[in-house]
Design a protein around this ligand. Structure first.
Ligand SMILES: *Cc1c(COP(=O)(O)O)cnc(C)c1O
Length: 445
């Protein structure tokens, strides 16, 4: 069933006059999948409602934050209560202490956090701190890892850049990019070679804790430990970017899951970045780690970092309430069960139509690649048949399921994805698989 989209289309046209491409974040424009982006007017639980009055089951979840579902009553109440007491003070306030305590209590190696307003700010500030702490200039990142739109980190990034296959972006100068070294993810030998050549110039290695912005590509064969061993041996810091995985894949994020399942014989990362879930849908993010590193920040240390809205009382109330609910309601088991129900259903629907695919997981977080190979890095991820994903996406959308409008993204589940919601998603899969199968099987190499 095609939806009526006249009102969304009219809004998009208006938007295109006053906002570049009509959107405030590129992937929202539906360029990769075609069609009219839906302008959402309200959202409750697992549902989005658009300007034309259509309802969709949401598998974007604001790209991660909405782990409790939309407009969760307890979060809404906390936001209302905070707002009544004022919107922003520019002084220290109670909520930011509570949110910082909650994060520090959850993630063992994090002694202190500094709150910021976006994941981009968190990674940018963590990089600055690592450079200030080590007195070194170079940083290492992995191809396909996205750390927000920080100039120095846009080299071979995932997310929107994967969607649009932009190699890099104009506006980042050679000087800004020249201190960034890009290595393939899961390439231990490649990383070792870089350290052998530049070991004493490298301030830090930044990695997604378990990459999710080129699709889900978990670390294999103890790759996290390899990063830790090499950074330690060469006096560089390790930054684990948990903006997507933090407080989503376990109560302590990817750190908690991997520390328990694999162990960290070389020790944990020095710095961590958080965002998305910890803001509960509001602009709150953080970076944190060992006290002796964090104390290099102003006002205790020389590395400057600041923010007018940092630790905003409304955002911290939403984030703290969201975090507390995730453990009180055992949201992590709920999402694991939901993912366990969805993955085999996707496989059987796609197999029935002979559609090559690979499902990969970081604990409960998963994505579906339209390729038949295991995806261990960005090169593998780009072999997928994105036209097949577009056909799949549009067939799901026509049936009222709003997937991420890009083949390079995780499917975001929440506590509001009940069995009934999952059944609706599952019953939409066969028609979407058929639509994907109708696209020729040309896989890039
Ligand atoms: C989303 C994301 C960011 C950027 O966060 P913003 O709040 O969009 O600036 C950084 N790192 C990772 C791993 C992310 O998924």
């Amino acid at each position: 069933m095609k939806h009526e989209t006249a009102k969304s289309a009219a809004l998009f046209e208006r938007a295109e006059h006053v906002i570049p491409g009509g959107v405030n974040s590129p992937v929202r424009a539906f360029k990769a999948v075609g069609g009219t982006p839906r302008f959402v007017t309200s959202a409750t639980g697992a549902w989005l409602r658009d300007a034309d009055g259509n309802d969709y089951i949401d598998l974007i979840g604001s790209w991660g934050p909405m782990i409790m579902g939309h407009s969760r009553p307890e979060v809404l109440a906390a936001v209302q209560e905070a707002a009544v007491n004022g919107f922003s003070f520019g002084t220290p306030s109670t909520g930011e202490v509570e949110l910082a305590e909650e994060i520090v209590a959850r993630v063992d190696p994090v002694d202190q956090v500094r709150l910021v307003s976006s994941g981009t700010e968190a990674t940018m500030s963590a990089i600055r701190l690592a450079r200030g702490y080590t007195g070194r200039a170079k940083i290492v990142k992995f191809a396909g890892c996205y750390h927000g739109h920080v100039d120095a980190l846009l080299a071979q990034a995932g997310s929107g850049l994967a969607t649009f296959s932009l190699p890099d972006t104009p506006g980042v100068t050679g000087a800004q990019a020249s201190d960034t070294i890009v290595v393939d993810y899961n390439d231990a030998a490649g990383l070792e070679a870089v350290f052998n050549e530049h070991g004493d110039e490298i301030a830090c290695v930044i990695t997604e804790a378990s990459p999710g912005n080129m699709g889900v590509v978990p670390p294999r064969d103890g790759f996290t430990n390899t990063i830790r061993r090499l950074t330690k041996a060469h006096g560089a810091l390790m930054i684990s970017d948990e903006v997507m995985t933090g407080f989503r894949v376990s109560a302590a994020g990817w750190y908690g899951f991997e520390a328990e399942s694999l162990g960290y014989p070389e020790g944990p990362a020095d710095l961590f970045t958080f965002g998305k879930v910890m803001g509960g849908g509001f602009p709150a993010a953080a970076f944190g780690g060992r006290s002796d590193v964090m104390e290099h920040l102003a006002p205790t240390g020389p590395v400057y970092q600041a923010g007018t809205l940092s630790g905003n009382p409304v955002a911290t109330a939403a984030g703290l309430t969201t975090l507390k609910l995730t453990t009180e309601l055992d949201v992590y088991s709920h999402i694991s069960r939901a993912a366990d129900a969805l993955r085999p259903a996707v496989t059987s629907a796609l197999e029935a139509e002979g559609v090559a695919h690979t499902i990969q997981s970081a604990n409960s977080m998963f994505s579906v690649f339209f390729t038949d190979r295991e995806v261990i890095n960005y090169g593998d991820a780009r072999t997928q048949n994105v036209e097949r994903y577009s056909a799949f996406f549009n067939a799901m959308l026509d049936q009222g399921i709003h997937m991420p409008p890009s083949a390079f993204e995780a499917w975001f589940l929440s506590y509001a994805h009940t069995d009934e919601i999952l059944d609706r998603i599952i019953s939409a899969l066969p028609a979407a698989a058929k639509a994907a199968a109708a696209v020729p099987n040309t896989q890039a190499n």
